[in-house]
Design a protein around this ligand. Structure first.
Ligand SMILES: Cc1cc2nc3c(=O)[nH]c(=O)nc-3n(C[C@H](O)[C@H](O)[C@H](O)COP(=O)(O)OP(=O)(O)OC[C@H]3O[C@@H](n4cnc5c(N)ncnc54)[C@H](O)[C@@H]3O)c2cc1C
Length: 288
């Protein structure tokens, strides 16, 4: 019989993991793991550690600097949260296009990034907002920029005995605009061919002060666009040429070809979406 353990609080969960980290498979909402366990019964673990009842991993708290979101908070709670909608609208939007409402009721933000799919829908937004992760261990916790979390295809920076406990997302800078777009075969219940988020900050004179991008489904891990960001810094919109941006998108990503799309289509769409994001066209939202 498989063993199913449901700790009452975070220290208990961490003690269990520290004592025997290997045999336990952490399960949160279970929307990835239940599918995997059905499709690949040979990989089904003997022991499960169910973290869905841990209060320390639940809920959203506003602070002066931003928002803390417990790793086991559901996507439904996130997309409906008034402060998220008001200040981090890209996150509300990405949570709202992750599967359909029945999935969003169970699926958690922590599960979405720990599952480490290159197509995870909330990953680009977390990259664009400059999120940080709180990672808990029996001996204490550490912080990690989300940009350092994905270390290879389905490989994360989590070590044995660790749990992702929370996300911390700062307020977007004043005079910044955000952009999020998921391109898939259908409007709902489709894995992304490409998804992109951007947060672009200008000064009063229209000069770009910072530009952060997150992209999913174009590489082995969700990624940023460092060369594009570097090109934009210190430039006014009127001085930015489409050709220069396209060239740099091509330097930053080398999309894969798979059953969902060709590499050429992904590169073209990614370039168009980056240009839309820069020029504030389409699915953007002003922060002031
Ligand atoms: C029908 C369907 C449609 C879907 N559509 C989409 C979609 O459009 N976009 C998308 O991005 N995803 C989609 N998914 C995938 C899935 O719903 C999401 O990735 C979801 O956010 C996973 O969260 P979860 O809590 O259910 O994770 P779980 O299944 O519980 O866990 C996933 C992985 O993360 C690990 N894990 C979970 N929480 C933690 C933690 N706190 N610390 C350490 N490790 C942890 C688990 O061990 C496991 O390896 C879909 C799934 C289904 C079944």
């Amino acid at each position: 019989m498989p063993e199913w353990i449901r700790p009452r609080h975070l220290p208990e969960a961490l003690e269990i993991l520290a004592a025997a980290p290997r045999p336990y498979r952490v399960i949160s909402g279970g929307t990835d793991l239940m599918v995997e366990s059905h499709l690949a019964p040979e990989r089904r673990p003997e022991s499960w550690l169910d973290i869905s009842g841990l209060q320390e991993l639940q809920g959203l708290q506003i602070t002066e600097e931003g928002i803390r979101i417990g790793a086991a908070t559901s996507l439904e709670a996130i997309r409906r949260h008034a402060e998220v909608v008001a200040h981090w609208p890209m996150l509300a939007a990405s949570a709202a296009v992750t599967g359909a409402p029945p999935i969003q009721n169970r699926a958690t933000l922590g599960g979405n990034v720990c599952n480490a799919s290159p197509a995870a829908d909330n990953a680009p937004v977390l990259l664009a907002y400059g999120a940080r992760l709180e990672i808990a261990h029996h001996h204490g916790s550490r912080w990690l920029p989300y940009g350092d979390f994905h270390q290879g295809y389905r490989k994360t920076a989590l070590r044995a005995g660790e749990l992702l406990s929370a996300f911390w997302i700062p307020y977007p800078p004043k005079r910044s605009h955000g952009y999020f777009r998921k391109v898939g075969t259908r409007a709902a219940q489709a894995i992304a061919k490409v998804s992109i988020a951007a947060l672009i900050e200008e000064d009063r004179g229209g000069i770009i002060q910072s530009a952060r991008f997150g992209v999913a489904s174009v590489a082995a891990t969700p990624c940023t666009l460092p060369t594009v960001s570097q090109y934009l810094l210190g430039r006014a919109l009127r001085d930015i040429t489409d050709a220069q941006v396209r060239q740099r998108v091509g330097q930053d990503i080398a999309p894969i070809q798979d059953i969902r799309s060709t590499a050429a289509y992904r590169l073209e769409i990614a370039s168009r979406l980056v240009l839309d994001a820069i020029h504030g066209r389409g699915e953007s939202k002003k922060e002031d």
